[in-house]
Design a protein around this ligand. Structure first.
Ligand code: ASP
Ligand code: MG
Length: 406
């Protein structure tokens, strides 16, 4: 008898029919005698809609109340999924994150899991139930409801698989796994049978919205091998696991485009020691994640100043602007410019380590397309550029063709 964790994302549980579908799939595994733990997201669009309503009332709502609000999305789905299993005569019980023993820190809206004590999960499984756990949520030691950041149901699934020492972890979504690029945009994108944690991590972090990146980090840390596959068919998915030697033979595993970033530029910042520290400390204290940072060279020798640009997630732009405005008189920069019309285009592959000339080829391809590069950042296995959002998809197709076209 195997213990299986199956996670179903928002589109897989998007309406009652889809939820019945999920129940039928779960039933198939259970008929083989396996124990099944199901983790579900909110029905598609629900979380976005809850956020929208809160923001209609107040632009920056209290974060504890946002967690209270958003946790209801997943709570709806667990009960409906349990009911769908009951309709098939299968004993099933739903559980909130707290009931499943998921303990987090107290950073509301992006809490980190501290530990999991799945006592009740084990009890219910042993009593013959399918257990359905609400993704994306947990509880602090003090008993406050928290959420784990957007897309956090993936993390719930991976962390539960680790805590329960599951034999199999399947992440069901609306695509057949991971592709060399988003197949809705790049028609020649190809399916990948396997990918390393590090590549998946870069792709997830870079906005190929296959999975939340923290969940992949977690899987890497605890060695959880998992499969990403479609809930809409029985096609084989993509296995995500530790890097193997053969993976190095491929220069680029995939291309991604992140449309969820915004750029903030501080104009004429005094070029003195400590200024950048001051700015980014204030942003970090507000719990805002900064991704790329670019500082220009100083002009005017008498009163040296420089422009500093950085990117944040689009939903955090307002909060970031507020933090920055509060620093204006103290630091003495002249202006703040926000730009939401940017895209981050990235290429990823562990093979980059052993193949030279990858950056040059990417930049030349963009030049040929007439795409201007605003910012550049690189890591061992990734090159990212900030470009004009309007040219994002065109640039993505061209770069995919250059590296992965046949
Ligand atoms: N419902 C949450 C979100 O939309 C969590 C998830 O779907 O994984 O971000
Ligand atoms: Mg999701």
């Amino acid at each position: 008898m195997a213990l299986i964790v199956q996670k179903f994302g928002g589109t897989s549980v998007g309406n009652p029919d889809r939820i019945k579908n999920v129940a039928r799939r779960v039933a198939k595994y259970r008929a083989k005698g396996d124990q099944v733990v199901v983790v579900v997201s909110a029905m598609s669009g629900v979380t976005d809609n809850l956020i929208k309503m809160a923001k209609e009332i107040m632009p920056i709502p209290n974060e504890r109340e946002m967690d209270m609000l958003l946790a209801t999305g997943e709570q709806t789905t667990i009960a409906l999924t349990a009911i769908a299993l009951h309709a098939l005569d299968i004993p099933a019980t739903s559980m909130t994150g707290a009931q499943a023993g998921i303990v987090t820190d107290d950073v509301h809206t992006k809490a980190k899991i501290k530990n999991i004590s799945p006592k009740l999960v084990h009890e219910m499984l042993d009593a013959g139930n399918v257990v359905i756990v609400a993704g994306f949520q947990g509880q602090t030691i003090a008993g406050q409801i928290t959420t784990l950041g957007r897309g956090g149901s993936d993390l719930t699934a991976i962390a539960l698989a680790a805590a329960l020492k599951a034999d199999l972890c399947q992440i069901y979504t609306d695509v057949d796994g991971v592709y060399t690029a988003d197949p809705r945009i790049v028609k020649t994108a190809r399916h990948l049978p396997e990918i390393s944690y590090d590549e998946m991590l870069e792709l997830a972090g870079l906005g190929a919205k296959v999975m939340q990146s923290r969940s992949v980090e977690f899987a890497k840390k605890f060695g959880v091998v998992f499969e990403v596959r479609s809930s809409l068919n029985d096609n084989p998915g993509t296995i995500v696991k530790e890097e193997t030697l053969s993976m190095e033979g491929v220069v680029i595993r995939g291309v991604s485009l992140d449309k969820n970033q915004a750029k903030v530029t501080l104009v004429a910042v005094p070029d003195q020691p400590g200024v950048a520290g001051h700015i980014f400390k204030a942003i970090a204290d507000a719990n805002i994640n900064v991704d790329m940072i670019v500082q220009n060279i100083s002009h005017k020798a008498d009163k040296p100043s420089t422009d500093i640009s950085f990117t944040v997630d689009k939903p955090e732009l307002l909060k970031t602007q507020k933090v920055i405005e509060a620093l204006k008189t103290k630091i003495g920069f002249s202006d703040v410019i926000a730009d939401e019309k940017i895209g981050k285009l990235s290429i990823v592959g562990v093979g980059m380590r052993s193949h030279p000339g990858v950056a040059a080829k990417m930049f030349e391809t963009l030049a040929t397309e007439g795409v201007n590069i605003g910012m550049i950042s690189t890591s061992e296995i990734k090159i990212s550029v900030i470009i004009d959002l309007a040219k994002g998809e065109q640039a993505m197709c061209a770069v995919h063709e250059a590296f992965l076209g046949k």
